[in-house]
Design a protein around this ligand. Sequence first.
Ligand SMILES: C[S@@+](CC[C@H](N)C(=O)[O-])C[C@H]1O[C@@H](n2cnc3c(N)ncnc32)[C@H](O)[C@@H]1O
Length: 274
Amino acid sequence: MSQNLLLEDLVTAVTQSPKYRTIAPDLIRRIGTAELAKRGSLKEAVKGTKNKLHQVGGAYWDTAVDYPKALTRLQNAANEETRRQTCRNLMRLHASTRERLPILDEFYATTLAGLPPIHSVVDVACGLNPLAIPWMPLAADVVYHAYDIYGDMLVFLQAYFGLVGVNGRIHHQDILSQPPAEPADLALILKTLPCLEQAEKGAAARLLGSIQARHLLISYPAHSLGGRGKGMVENYEAQFWGLVNDGAAAASGRSWHITRFEFATELAFLVTIS
Ligand SMILES: C[S@@+](CC[C@H](N)C(=O)[O-])C[C@H]1O[C@@H](n2cnc3c(N)ncnc32)[C@H](O)[C@@H]1O
């Protein structure tokens, strides 16, 4: 059988599993191509692809989310305060936003303080982070681009944008096959680089080189998903400076001004490109 037919069979097999049904097909194809090249059979390649998809996405969810119910909860919030509380509760459903909850009140207020008005955002590999928009100091007319691989989550986020009156656009794509193309005032690249790099060496530098934003907020987790944090901050700090020194800054041909922030659950760097 030709490689193309095998790849289509692999995509069909992977998307039959409810866990991976709404994952961006370009990501399944990218991972599936590499797995087919290194495994002996379609069955093994399907298994390998599912493992990789679990690593980059599935591991962050404890259970499947009931998005219609989540939307109803937001719609039923009687006032702004109740809606913020509902957003907080929903952010518990994804491990990455859940870890940010203890620092949410200070995270955006501190890292984005002093920036000129932010009229456009690209939130790269966003997870449920757009639910934190009420905590972000953004201009009222902001255009918010949300990128991720989960189609059902993005459809929910599009409905949420409508509900809260944000001019939001969703992008269901693999950000490595098809990097975000919109120029923006701010790019949020939160806890995403290690996840991409783990799946493919060199991915972090490739992504950074393609983003067209004046300010980048790049962060790393201070704990692993399992809760162990020993040495993680030091390791990620070294990874970040390695990226900067190895050429991400040089490739842009411009200078990077970097401010470092350390929170209880997250290490962040605000990069301003001039
Ligand atoms: C560690 S979580 C970070 C989520 C969010 N940025 C935050 O900090 O709360 C990684 C996210 O990357 C997404 N992701 C993984 N690989 C991706 C890819 N190739 N393209 C787009 N999104 C991806 C996952 O679905 C997940 O939402």
